[in-house]
Write a protein that binds this ligand. Sequence first.
Ligand code: ATP
Length: 489
Amino acid sequence: MALAGVGDAAAVTQLIGQAIGLVAMIIRAVDTVRQNRLECEHLACRVSTVDGVLSNLPRDQEMAPPLKVLKNTLEEAHRMVIACQNRGAASHFFGSRRHADCFNQVNNRIISDIVILNLSLNSYMARRHSNQVLQPSHIGVPTATIAMAPWPGSSSAPLQTLMVVSQQSQVSSISSDNPRALTWAEIAAATSFSVELGRGSSGRVYKGRLQFQFHFHHGTEVAVKVLEKHRRQGVEDAFMAESNILSGLRHDHIVRLVGWCAEQDYRMLVYEHMGKGTLRDHLQHFGGGPSSSPVTTSWETRVEVLLGVARAIHYLHCGADPLVIHRNVSSSNILLDGANWTPRLSGFGSAVFQAAGVEEHGGQLVEEVVGTPGYIEPEYSGTHRVSAASDVYSFGVVVLEALTGRPPDIYGVTLGLLVDSVLPSVQEGKLREVLDGHSALQPTPRQMEALDLVAYTASRCLCPRGHNRLAMSDVVANLHRALQTIRSN
Ligand SMILES: Nc1ncnc2c1ncn2[C@@H]1O[C@H](COP(=O)(O)OP(=O)(O)OP(=O)(O)O)[C@@H](O)[C@H]1O
């Protein structure tokens, strides 16, 4: 593929700069609006999610056409917000049109513009990938074009997308089954919505089995997440984040998205079913719960699970393209494969693309602090600036949970957070006092040596940001060493 020439690259950079500038102008203008305040705030929230996408775009000529369309929409959105600064300007701008309809239209246009931009990005990355000579570690190949249903509010012409396979050595070996748009009828054929697997902040998850005759997915067990219709704005953003981000990720320790459904008001995400539940399910024998699984009864399996998840987060931070911050790493978002207990990171509804060059400013500014209580990094919750280091902190809490078997948020038991109640003992070298007391987990001296390293790693994930907190690459290295120590037992 011909890469963009210098002139093209400069023009694309300029377009990106203009679009980012418009995003900032819209967000600033919303502060002073007097009319339609709520709608303007929703609009600002929507456009702020565009920011991360824009910052990560390659300077390639292929990006120019969708960028121009997005820029026009942002200009329209900016004019709308400015018009809302006073009543006279608003009635002049909207005329006899319903204000809510105008906001809906511009919101829908922004969504469809981002989807088209994302499709161009995927196609660019697929072509770039196919031009590279595959090294032995590059498992998987770029894949076929798949049809995607028209997004509500977008043009009625079907869109085309290409999925890419990342170049990480841990990329999934599954190469031919890419996420695709599913119709409501296909979902209804797959599930009766009677077996509930769990509930998240955005909806319920049901078990199903795909019925695609003559398709390799026929008979695949799936988990169907139905995003609830209330809180439309949040649902739309979670759906966009999860479908956009997850469909570009390929890793053995990241849950696989099979497809999505965006028909009329429905927003559903379909994943490969993970038959053994979540890591939290297997740790909660503390206070009563299942107690016979290898995750519950074996230090080796626990450290294997932690290592797999650490690799997945490391891939998000350093290997994915664009890079991703998960923002909701927790033991409930670590699913276990039914076949072999392989852990897979899930819960990408709050994930964001990492904006370039924001680390030195303390991370990227986000509208809302999201995450699970007990896992949220204090710096992020205090400043609204999220960074890869925020995921490292949350992972540190997961490691403490795996060591102690205790939940992250133990109000009602000891009135506090796990970090506050357990970390001091770990730092004072009294790990044994807080270690999971399950009868099958009495550690041998070699295991204790490994667990000390795991605990030390947790404490270095949980120290204040900038005070020697580990990067995920170091976490992976430490956990790998700990696992080898256990296996050498
Ligand atoms: N692929 C899957 N296989 C089996 N069970 C699943 C799967 N995905 C989710 N679940 C179950 O559904 C529950 C809720 O999942 P969901 O992804 O909605 O959680 P969440 O991360 O809290 O949601 P959100 O990201 O929207 O906040 C999980 O805790 C798990 O029990």
